[in-house]
Ligand binder design. Sequence first.
Ligand code: AMP
Length: 278
Amino acid sequence: MYIFKKTSELQLYLKTRNSKPGFVPTMGALHQGHVSLILQSKKENEISVCSIFINPTQFNDPKDFEKYPITIAADIEKLIAAGTDILFLPSVTEMYPQGTEEKQNYNLGFIDTELEGKFRPGHFQGVCTIVHKLLDAVIPANLYMGEKDFQQCMVVKKLISLINSNTTLHTCATLREPNGLAMSSRNERLSKENRQLASEIFESMKHIKSMMHAHSFHELQTEAINALHNKQIEPEYLLLCEADTLRELNDFDANCKMVLLIAAKIGDVRLIDNLRLN
Ligand code: AMP
């Protein structure tokens, strides 16, 4: 596996290969969820590039940024084992030569300020800033992202159309731990007990799905929020949305594709997950 820290070196090498790569952007602390994206890319592309860059401009909470796990040596081992061709590992100055205050404003519509956008103001502008820069650096034919970050996938789809990029976005299924908890780099920050407890987040959505034909969403939402709260899990939101638009729904509607989306805190660790209902 080649490791490039400079965009110019990455691009020089890609030119010699004469093939547009598949690309998996990450923030490191890699787990099987990330690896599944790389394997998907490897199936569909001659060359696969993974990037590891903890993007400071998408953290609205500086403590979350400071505590973000860094496990580069283990990450490199996992990438080699997965057969990754290239790791792009830029520094903050490489990606933000003018400093991290530089900002573009991407017109994302209401998805920018709903759900994650509401609780993490500016988050998606930061995501767009870095994904735009990474797409310019890697110029991939295909981009692989996880449905675990459901809203992020919609934001990046919008970004691709805003910047007239030729890259195709592929949204890949969420990998889960045996107890159902969605794999996440942030799980590393949970104690053993809380990692087990965190499975309740997915369980609560599965429960709503199993009861959706017998109750209103409002009833099930209230019950789930109370049950989580009683287990020391603090939901920030648990909402029902139309899956294609992320428009919020007041109640189940079999005429559209529906998705449940949740963000919840266990101690100071904030986790997100989602579940399609139909
Ligand atoms: P992150 O390193 O958290 O920025 O994630 C990098 C990419 O991996 C994003 O496209 C995520 O959606 C994806 N990802 C994270 N967790 C999972 C998971 N459990 N299953 C599949 N993809 C994931």
